[in-house]
Design a protein around this ligand. Sequence first.
Ligand code: NAP
Length: 448
Amino acid sequence: MEYKIQEVSKKLEVPESTIRYWETEFSELIMPKRTPGGQRRYSQRDLDHLAQIKKLLHLKNRTISQAKTILKSGNEDVEKINWGKQTILLTGGTGSFGKYFCKTMIEKYHPRIIRVYSRDELKQHEMRQTFGEDVIRYFIGDVRDADRLKRAMEGVDIVVHAAALKQVPSCEYNPFEAVKTNIHGAENIIDAAIDVGVKKVVALSTDKAVNPANLYGATKLCAEKIFVQGNAYSGSRGTRFSCVRYGNVIGSRGSVIPLFKEQKKTGKITITDGRMTRFWISLERAVELVIMALRHAQGGEIFVPKIPSMKVVDLAKAVAPECEIEIIGIRPGEKLHESLITEEEGRNAIFYKGMYIVLPNYTWWEERRNYKTAQKLPDGFIYTSNLNDEWLGVEDLRKLLYDPSFAEEESASRFLSTLHRLNEKVVLGLLNTEEGFSETPNTASVLP
Ligand SMILES: NC(=O)c1ccc[n+]([C@@H]2O[C@H](COP(=O)([O-])OP(=O)(O)OC[C@H]3O[C@@H](n4cnc5c(N)ncnc54)[C@H](OP(=O)(O)O)[C@@H]3O)[C@@H](O)[C@H]2O)c1
């Protein structure tokens, strides 16, 4: 498709003379063809660049030279978000991630308002006791309810979508419910965000979504896919959708540690397979990742943090070194090792500022020009919990569980030191297994 200068002028609502001026100033970006009669013919790419230039100069009040730098480095969206002006809708705001996100936001970023969106009024009431109402607003609502979501999103700049059904067994036994919340809920978020003109949406996903072995993972895979492809619907509204994907969160609801501790009293700990490994991340790191994603996202990326792995056996040894370990066999829907990036995704992923980013592979992405300084990944790259180059051993885990002062040691890895700065509950060792089968008492210490 090619456009005459009159058409470009009309589309962008900018005089032809300005377009010609920008063409001279940004000659590396705007290169219209000439007809035999000397008439300019602009490509879609030229048009998109002109739209970017207009946005920077007219809406963001950048100078020509600033705009040149931004467009050259491609880092327009890496600038700091002016949080003081942002109204954020946080679905699942009363969950483990949600509360830590609010805490971090209030302490460090000072957003204008955070609207917490969830179903249960008791959890919101409890949250109100801790967080008050200065910054946080409490909205009762279900992500399955499209109308309510749209109302709640009025005037919102940023959406963080954390609400989900995330327990593996509960999703297996209530499959339609898992689909309604995790897939239809995601669809409703996308519709509402586009309709009300939200700028950025980041949705939380999990390693269980990678080659899923259970329904929970499958619903999160669908949600990821529709968030990536949701960008195709946003068109001129410009809403950008991206995801973050990570492994088990230490300190979120549901935990294998209390079960290990219970079993410890019997002198025997059960695990399903001695070879099992998992990724681990702190809540703080998960929140940081979402904030990074909000800053950098151009739309369609999946942001994956570089995090350590651990052997489940080592965790058992850290909790109860004196106990016998009984291996009881792997369960349906359970994997030996988790993946955060598959080989297929690795081909289209980069390493950037301490995280992997799986880039979208579609035409609407081509014009976005970010991550210029990113490293390409080697051929055949995959990121799985058993092939990780960072590990937490028994001693690391023990220190993590029982020795808060460890964080003070200079030698402590960044990961461990972060953990100890978390809130009291986390430091006390509520290591979480998210979505685990481990909820069934007296059966297994199976990790998700
Ligand atoms: N925890 C992990 O280890 C981990 C690992 C990787 C990814 N993730 C992802 O991170 C996200 C947050 O996890 P989390 O650990 O914070 O979970 P969580 O503690 O279980 O919190 C879930 C939140 O979602 C809300 N919620 C559930 N169903 C809802 C619905 N239909 N409509 C509105 N709100 C709903 C819950 O509140 P109400 O029940 O009151 O509605 C709660 O606020 C999830 O998307 C999860 O898949 C978690």
